[in-house]
Ligand binder design. Structure first.
Ligand SMILES: C[S@@+](CC[C@H](N)C(=O)[O-])C[C@H]1O[C@@H](n2cnc3c(N)ncnc32)[C@H](O)[C@@H]1O
Length: 222
């Protein structure tokens, strides 16, 4: 029987089915299995108001360093910090990051101005268009925009259209209801960023969740 996907707050049995279903799509992976080193970026592994958790930063950097993307797209810029990390780990990378609001104007002054080598695009990911040659040619897509269902589905479709064969898609907040990581993120409350559920329902992808993080990874074509 295919386990049913149910909303958090359902009965205990249905919640257990839900967790079984999530396991079918999300596989945990240890950092050692990824063959990466944790790397601290220039700015350090600090957690700011939004974006990656401090403990995820060196893992994210290690993954990007190993992948060494030549072309990357980020969906969900905020202050541009993760794009700057991508560029620091892969200095020749051509990177575009999109956000429907220019959130960079609220950057802390101590961070200095955003890196001008990054192509900052202020557009909604539901309507953005890339140059034709970018489709199927991007080595790394980081999906970290609207975390609700429609947002994740839209942005994952966009990521799938952009990614090159063998390229890597990374999602942030790959959460599975009921886990410790959800509690860490305050998911007892109204926070409902169940990216793993949305992927399970809409995309038959093999996604790895890196231990002790909420980073999800899919190598296109794997
Ligand atoms: C969690 S923040 C991104 C953090 C950033 N990736 C980092 O690690 O520093 C999410 C961002 O997605 C943006 N966003 C939400 N919905 C969007 C949409 N439909 N199109 C483009 N950007 C969107 C928000 O404005 C917000 O800045």
């Amino acid at each position: 029987m295919t386990p049913s996907i149910v909303a958090p707050g359902a009965t205990r049995r249905r919640r257990r089915d839900y967790r079984l279903a999530c396991r079918a799509v999300v596989e945990d992976i240890a950092i050692a299995e990824l063959g990466i080193e944790r790397i601290k970026p220039r700015r350090g592994p600090r957690k700011y108001e939004s974006g990656l958790m401090a403990r995820e930063v060196p893992v994210f950097c290690g993954i990007v360093k190993k992948e060494a993307p030549r072309r990357a797209v980020e969906i969900g810029t905020w202050w541009g910090l993760s794009s700057e990390m991508i560029l620091e780990m892969s200095p020749d990378c051509e990177i575009t990051t999109i956000d429907y609001k220019d959130q960079k104007v609220t950057r802390l002054p101590e961070l200095g101005p955003p890196d001008p080598r990054i192509n900052f695009v202020i557009e909604d990911s539901r309507t953005v268009r890339f140059p034709r040659e970018w489709y199927g040619s991007v080595d790394l897509v980081f999906v970290d925009g609207n975390h609700r269902r429609n947002g994740v589905v839209n942005d994952t479709r966009l990521a799938m259209s952009l990614i090159a064969p063998g390229g890597l898609i990374i999602w942030h907040d790959l959460l599975v209801p009921g886990g410790d990581r959800d509690l860490d993120k305050g998911l007892k409350s109204k926070h409902k960023y169940y990216v793993s559920e949305y992927l399970y329902n809409d995309f038959p992808l093999r996604v790895f969740r890196v231990d002790n993080t909420v980073l999800g990874l899919h190598w296109f074509g794997s």
